[in-house]
Design a protein around this ligand. Structure first.
Ligand code: ZN
Length: 313
């Protein structure tokens, strides 16, 4: 997530309405009300973060890996002969954009067999219930994020009491554990637990083959310490600082030839995409960019941890 919840103003009432399950016999009125409420929710999220719902051209990154996200929220499609894997569902307002991007590339949204997420924050998982309904995809989530996803954000250690960040709960079909593989039609994605930003924050890795060469892909879950996060004496998440430490160890151990993440801003989507269009070397193959980014984020974490420790004395 990129913005503080208080920046994402929309009413508590809208959230309660969004949870109301549509009743089959009075579909027209209820679904119309839901559509209006959800459209309103999407608009209000989008007002605070216009880039989140701003379309971005879909494109092939390398091999069978495609970018199908918006300008501000990253989605990835892994295509296989047995259907496709989609990473991240974003806001419900993004779902039609994701669908349009997939179809524009010549694939079918309905062929989405597996839905994965970077972590259980609304900007990456609020659209999951809708995508499950529309595609029948199996939803697979890291163990420590399952409770948050299935409560629609209510059990999140930081934002659980912030109505603005809640969303429609979605049922998880497979609970993932650190190191688990997600396999479909020859594609293999590995789920790495990189906790701290959320308890089950997940960094995905896979290999892609491009022009006879194999590249290691890293899709970073999130390395950020959000505004308001307590790294010291956090009652709701006592092991938060240790979890961040674990994340740095994992991120530094992963070979990252192709560097991607939950937001395009992590890896310079807007700068790299025009370079890709212009031809020449694939700008997303950026192992030094990956190392540099992780080092910078670790340094930011250490600065913030030291500041909080000093303030706690
Ligand atoms: Zn987040």
């Amino acid at each position: 997530m990129a913005a503080k919840p208080e920046e994402l103003g929309h009413s508590n009432y809208a959230n309660q309405m969004a949870y109301t399950p549509p009743m089959p016999r009075i579909i027209s009125i209820v679904s119309l009300a839901l559509i209006l409420v959800l459209a309103g929710t999407g608009r209000m999220f989008a007002q605070a973060n216009p880039e989140w719902t701003e379309p971005f051209p879909p494109f092939r990154i390398a091999g069978n890996l495609y970018y199908v996200g918006s300008k501000g929220l990253a989605n990835y499609l892994v295509t296989t002969p047995q259907g496709n894997i989609l990473i991240n569902s974003d806001l419900e307002a993004n779902v039609p954009l994701i669908e349009a991007s997939i179809e524009r590339l010549g694939f079918k949204f309905k062929d989405t067999r597996i839905l994965l997420i970077s972590h259980a924050h609304w900007d990456h998982d609020a659209g999951s219930a809708m995508i499950k309904e529309q595609t029948g995809a199996m939803y697979m989530v890291m163990d420590a994020d399952v409770g948050v996803v299935e409560s629609g954000g209510k059990t999140d250690f930081e934002y659980g009491n912030s109505p603005n960040t809640l969303y429609r709960p979605a049922k998880v079909d497979r609970v993932l554990h650190d190191g688990d593989e997600v396999k479909l039609g020859g594609a293999v994605l590995v789920a790495h637990l990189t906790p701290g930003h959320t308890k089950g924050c997940t960094t995905w890795t896979m290999q892609v083959t491009e022009a006879g060469k194999t590249f290691n892909v890293v899709i970073l879950g999130s390395p950020n310490v959000n505004p308001g996060y307590k790294l010291v004496d956090n009652k709701a998440y006592p092991e938060i600082a240790e979890d961040y430490e674990r994340m740095w160890r994992v991120l530094k151990s992963l070979p990252g030839d192709i560097f991607l993440g939950a937001h395009g801003s992590y890896f310079g989507l807007e700068e790299k995409y025009p370079l890709m269009k212009a031809g020449g070397a694939n700008p997303f193959i950026d192992p030094s960019g990956y190392k540099k980014y992780v080092a910078q984020k670790e340094q930011d974490f250490r600065t913030e941890l030291a500041r909080q420790k000093l303030a706690a004395k």
